[in-house]
Design a protein around this ligand. Structure first.
Ligand code: GUN
Length: 300
């Protein structure tokens, strides 16, 4: 392996420590404790794990965690009423409604009901528009985490060719907006892109966010490029025993790491940064609500 390994686990621990430090200062100087409310509808096992981890890390950072677990059959109106209640609660600075929601609930309607100033996921249309027009927004956590790691590795991103593979609202599109804001030349590629290999080979920064296991091989990577792998895919791992699985990214790690200048592993790359950035966004939302300066080094 030639590439430098970008250690997301260590980076996320550092972000959480910086959040905790600024939370402590907010408490000491202003008597304020940031609060994050997480709403989970139903019992999806992966979502339950996420929510548990969010709650634990929120408390470890010195913030208040409010968990609302609703039955899978909860009517949409009841969920909307809860969101309105959290919007009005001054102890709650961040609101996250865990996705996916059950089929009978209109996701867009729920996201549109969250107060944009408390929308720590950055999914509300107001925050999407603020980001796209270069204004102060709350930015989706995964792309924010990727941006922090890229800034740390490169210093300035100005003038670099960035290719984002994947056009989702949660990762691909906001990632492209953030890179554009840092003066990259940005291409968004996707499943219909012609000669995806050639497009990827032009990237100084390659962000893979397609959700297809190991679809980007090393020979699509420009020598010396920085590769950020957002994919988390579970594949069979018969070498570990019958019925066993392992996690892989959207990039074929071993071949890409021979060519790239730097690369994030899966697991232990982008993944741990998402919750760390959720905590950062909650702190940011709290500081803004109180009219205090932006947290240092934790915003886009
Ligand atoms: N489900 C999986 N990841 C996320 C996330 O980052 N935010 C929300 N709201 N739901 C999710």
């Amino acid at each position: 392996m030639n590439a430098k390994l970008i250690d997301g686990k260590a980076f996320a621990a550092d972000v959480r420590a910086r959040v905790a430090e600024q939370v402590a200062r907010l408490k000491a100087d202003h008597g304020l404790t940031p609060g994050l409310a997480v709403v989970l509808v139903g019992e999806d096992p992966a979502s339950q794990v996420y929510v548990r981890n969010k709650g634990k890390q929120t408390v470890e950072a010195g913030m208040n965690s409010y968990e609302h677990k609703l039955d899978v059959s909860t009517p949409e109106a009841e969920l909307l009423a809860l969101v309105e209640k959290l919007n009005a609660d001054p102890a709650v600075h961040g609101i996250l409604v865990q996705l996916p929601l059950p089929d009978h609930i209109d996701e867009a309607k729920v996201l549109a009901t969250i107060d944009p100033a408390k929308d720590v996921d950055g999914f509300h249309i107001s925050n999407v528009g603020l980001l796209a027009t270069g204004q102060k927004a709350l930015v989706p956590c995964t792309p924010l985490g990727c941006l922090m790691m890229l800034r740390d590795h490169h210093g300035s991103l100005s003038g670099l060719n960035a290719v984002v593979v994947g056009r989702s609202n949660i990762v691909g599109k906001p990632m492209a907006q953030l890179l554009l804001r840092d003066s990259c030349t940005v291409t968004i590629a996707h499943s219909r892109t012609k000669d995806l290999a050639a497009v990827c080979r032009g990237a100084d920064i390659l962000v893979a966010a397609v959700g297809r296991p190991q679809m980007i091989p090393g020979d699509w990577v420009k020598p010396g490029a920085t590769v950020i792998d957002v994919g988390i895919n579970r594949i069979p791992a018969p070498e570990k025993g019958e019925g066993k699985t392992r996690l892989v990214g959207d990039v074929e790690f071993d071949s890409a790491a021979e060519v790239a200048g730097a690369i994030t592993p899966v697991p232990g790359g982008v993944g741990p940064m998402t919750i760390a950035c959720l905590l950062a966004n909650t702190l940011t939302a709290c500081a803004r609500a109180a009219g205090l300066p932006e947290p240092e080094g934790l915003t886009a």
